[in-house]
Design a protein around this ligand. Structure first.
Ligand code: SF4
Length: 214
């Protein structure tokens, strides 16, 4: 049988010592230790909260800096969202960027993935990567281009890509200085009646509703 040092894919075991900063908690070493000398211990990494607003609840968390388990935390937040809402409520998950554990935990078992991209080369590359993930989970995809007017050429390339893939660009949100004001004053953009971004988001929502699979 292999030793713990040999089975650890993260190089966390050296000279019979486990480096806690390299350990990913996969548990492989616990299975091969002939003396059962290694065991995994649960560790608190985040606090979860339910915040009530006039539009519904927000299921959120505060994670410790450098903590692991963001995927498990998203799963926990989804459970909380279900626990505190009616059965037929719409649940919107604000996924993190990339294609890591937390994004996988966000995208599984959802009806629609709205991929929000920006008109840059890296934005288009990231869009392609997350699209592969969504296709893997057979999730319906829609696309939104944020700040579309800062680079019209790149926005056209994103639209062409969407057309090739038979995907809907359901929203194009313009650059809007009020978005920064909304962030700085901790007020949602929907409270800024004169905001062009708000208008574009509302129109996108109407479009999304009409395209959702019945
Ligand atoms: S739990 Fe996994 S990552 Fe951590 S030391 Fe054991 S084998 Fe390595």
């Amino acid at each position: 049988m292999k030793s713990g040092e040999e089975v650890c894919k993260f190089g966390a075991i050296k000279n019979w010592t486990i480096d806690p900063f390299s350990c990913e908690g996969c548990g492989a070493c616990t299975l091969v230790c002939p003396q059962n000398a290694i065991k995994l211990v649960d560790e608190k990494t985040a606090d979860t909260f339910i915040t009530k607003t006039d539009k519904g609840i927000i299921s959120r968390a505060m994670m410790g800096i450098g903590s692991d388990g963001s995927g498990k935390l998203v799963t926990e937040l989804r459970k909380n969202a279900k626990r505190f809402t009616e059965n037929n409520s719409i649940v919107i998950l604000d996924g993190s960027p990339g294609i890591g554990c937390s994004v996988i935990a966000s995208i599984t078992d959802t009806d629609i993935a709205l991929i929000v991209t920006e008109p840059t080369r890296s934005g288009l590359d990231d869009l392609k990567r997350i699209l592969e993930l969504a296709e893997h989970f057979e999730t319906q995809v829609m696309i939104c281009v944020n700040k579309y007017d800062i680079n019209p050429d790149m926005t056209s390339q994103i639209e062409n890509f969407a057309r090739e893939k038979n995907l809907f660009v359901v929203g194009k949100i313009p650059f809007d200085k009020l978005v920064m004001k909304s962030v700085n004053t901790l007020r949602p953009i929907t409270e800024f009646a004169e905001s062009p971004a708000r208008k574009a988001i509302e129109e996108m929502w109407v479009r999304m509703n009409s395209l959702m699979k019945k």
